[in-house]
Design a binder for this molecule. Sequence first.
Ligand code: 4AD
Ligand code: MG
Length: 450
Amino acid sequence: MESPTKDILIRDIAKYGGETVTIKGWVYNRRNSGKKLAFLQLRDGSGTIQGVAHVNEMPEEEFQSAAAVTTESSAIVIGVVKEDKRAPSGFELTVTGFELVGEGSNDYPIQPKEHGVDFLLDRRHLWFRTERQRAILRLRDRTIFYLRDFFNKDGFTCIDSPIITGSACEGTSTLFELDYFGRPAYLSQSGQLYVEPACMALGSVYCFGPTFRAEKSFTRRHLTEFWMLEPEVAWQTQDGNIDLQSRMIKSVVGRILENDAELIEQIHARQGEDSGEETAEEVISRLEKARDEKFIRLTYDEALKELERLGEPLTWGDDFGAPHETKLTEEYGVPVFVERWPAKIKAFYMQPDPDDDTYVQCDDLIASGGYGEVIGGSIRIHDSELLLKRIDEHKLDRRAFQWYLDIREYGTVPHGGFGLGLERLVQWLGGVHHIRETIPFPRTIKRLEP
Ligand code: 4AD
Ligand code: MG
């Protein structure tokens, strides 16, 4: 087929009104009307458009091929761009040429009907092509871009931490162990131990990469492989750490609302009534509140009193469960920082509270709308003797932490940071009920393929 015209992307269609163009993409749906007319729904990754193929407008053979094309076939389509007020993009394509490239199938596994989630996850490689999944993947990409941009503008340096490590950061119960040439090693649970030395060299740093937890939890918030962004700042204070977290979240939310609200619409466009999800309007108004209003700060003890009052009591020293997190944020409608937790339920590296060392200087940020903890942060112990004591109390191997203790031996300073779970943030930003849709290829206890 001759293709004398320009290859264009569907997203640029408005620039080509009246012109003949070439679109390379996939036919995600087709409907014929009689023997002479076929409507092709085309997608090219940048957008979607309807192509109208009429036998009089194109070579007979090419029309026959278009009129018989199967679902998800790839094709090169030539046509004239026509303005059409009823079309979602405002344009449609009068097809003048059609070349089938890769045959699809009328038995394409994913049909526009309800499929069970396991069925879809087994076909994750194809599920990507649906509007909702494309929108979630884009939202994830935009979120990463805005986060990196925020830290770049705030003067942070990105430091990559290793994935294969010799030391446990977040307790020994969720480690994935490897045989590293005859000695044990682990997949990293957190890059924190490595950004701590880096902040002593560069001031403000962050790492961003995959982290791993052998979590035996089947919840809508747990993956075994997830991405974490972990800033670390020399001379950091508890108030400074909270302020950084709050500014970061507000900055990302503001930019998503400004530039990407249509992704939220697309995520929720075909929502069933019993999906259990918020509507796009509800997601947007929740995000507007987070952008415009101050986040709440409570100590753990204050949160316990609130929970008692709200009818979801908790014993001092217990960690929050999903119902507690939901209750607290329902009450305020904005994200809530819970600070100053009992030392005994937090990690070994957290700095004791200056007034009472049964508590530590730390925070969890609980997202609004029932999405749970999105951030865990703290000030770190900077005294090497105290840190050594904690390592022993937690029955960790001193030798594996020698280098980590070493940074406390040479010009130690108070410092602190936090870990933001990317997929939990994307869940909250998009109003996505289950975390497994927010990562391209989710890994959970039972899922390793595709
Ligand atoms: O609260 P966590 O365990 O904190 C740390 O790992 C610190 N070392 C971070 C730091 O201070 N640099 O994890 C941080 C965040 C959680 O708040 C949550 O958003 C996410 O990581 N997260 C998970 N996300 C998905 N699946 C899991 N299994 C997760 N575990 C933690
Ligand atoms: Mg945590």
